[in-house]
Design a protein around this ligand. Sequence first.
Ligand SMILES: Cc1ncc(COP(=O)(O)O)c(C=O)c1O
Length: 413
Amino acid sequence: MSESVFPGLSQSVATLRASEIRELLKLIARPEIISFAGGIPDPALFPLDSIGKAYQSVLQNPAMAGEAFQYSISEGYPPLREWIIGYLKNHGIEAGIEQVLITSGAQQALDFLGRALINPGDAVVMSSPSYLGAIQVFGTYQPKFISVPMDDEGVLLNDLETAFKQKPKFFYLTPDFCNPAGITTSLARRQAILELAHRYNVAILEDSPYEELRYENARIPSFAALEQQYLAGPEGDGKRLVVYIGSLSKVLTPALRIGWVCADPSLINKLVLVKQASDLHCSTINQMVACDIAKASHASQVEKLRKAYKERRDVMLEALERCLPKEVRFTRPDGGMFIWLEFPDSIDGAELLAEAVKDIQVAFVPGSAFYANDVKRNTARLSFSLGEPARIREGIERLAALLQNKLRANRAA
Ligand SMILES: Cc1ncc(COP(=O)(O)O)c(C=O)c1O
């Protein structure tokens, strides 16, 4: 398709480009393709029974149905916010109802935070690589991105401190099993990052949609929980800098579009005004249904998903270990949906994808999509959330064979 020539596009929209992932999803929908590209929940695991019953019970109750289809408050359906407060409490975060705003998925939370915090040209710090949707949405507010590379424990502290010296508006990361790299920020690294954030007065945007999808090792406290401990202690400086972003998309279903922000009430007040100006409120019927199924099925869903996704992760890791050329490095995530590959410099992830789709009917996402700057092209993201274990195994075996051939050819050249 040719570039849009519609006259008068704003600078921030004119520079928007179609997401490589969304474009890819169209291409790889063909049934013969073994796709590791999507990174979406498996629809076979949606709690459809509970969802059906929850809609029915609202519709059969005239008072509730009236409320469900009426305009409502921007902050969100109070019983759902109460459920979220309970969820946060279980995760070591004490919050009042005035600290929780329901958003249309975590994605809208990121958009509103970008709108509330970024002026054009402001510095914004991102883990590198980072969630593509965050790069895209913050990009519309025209910040100057500063990327901080990661090792197995999270972002590198020296680089983070250098970035913080440039007085950024915030530091964005996904601490648990991050999308795309599958890396979990260790406890020691979280504590050090929090200390730096308070020293330099930089907000931390903690995006945590995957935290329940943990398949091994103990949960690590969130930045929000650690900050509360710090604020309650003798050193506490009284500033609540952590903004926690949650979502029901990965555990229940993304279609309800339920996410939330938990933050200092002074920020939430502003975000509520942004929400009012943007879309007034989230769908009340969906919030009621989400509340109902969250209460009834959240725990059992988490258990079901952990079992299913753990098996798929294990199959993918086993196949990677067995077949992948030794020069290719990969991460071993404790949870989530993603494994990250790093090839020798001679291999470009996008070129490899084109060959893989054509020659071996395997798809993944080239890693270059996940960099705000300092792009590393020799990378790829694999998702194990969809697909039968046997197909995962088959897909990795094919990909490994293609890589062996390419590396052999490169050595011979
Ligand atoms: C890290 C991260 N944040 C946010 C989102 C958006 O999730 P939601 O469906 O809640 O908008 C995603 C979705 O893939 C994600 O991976």
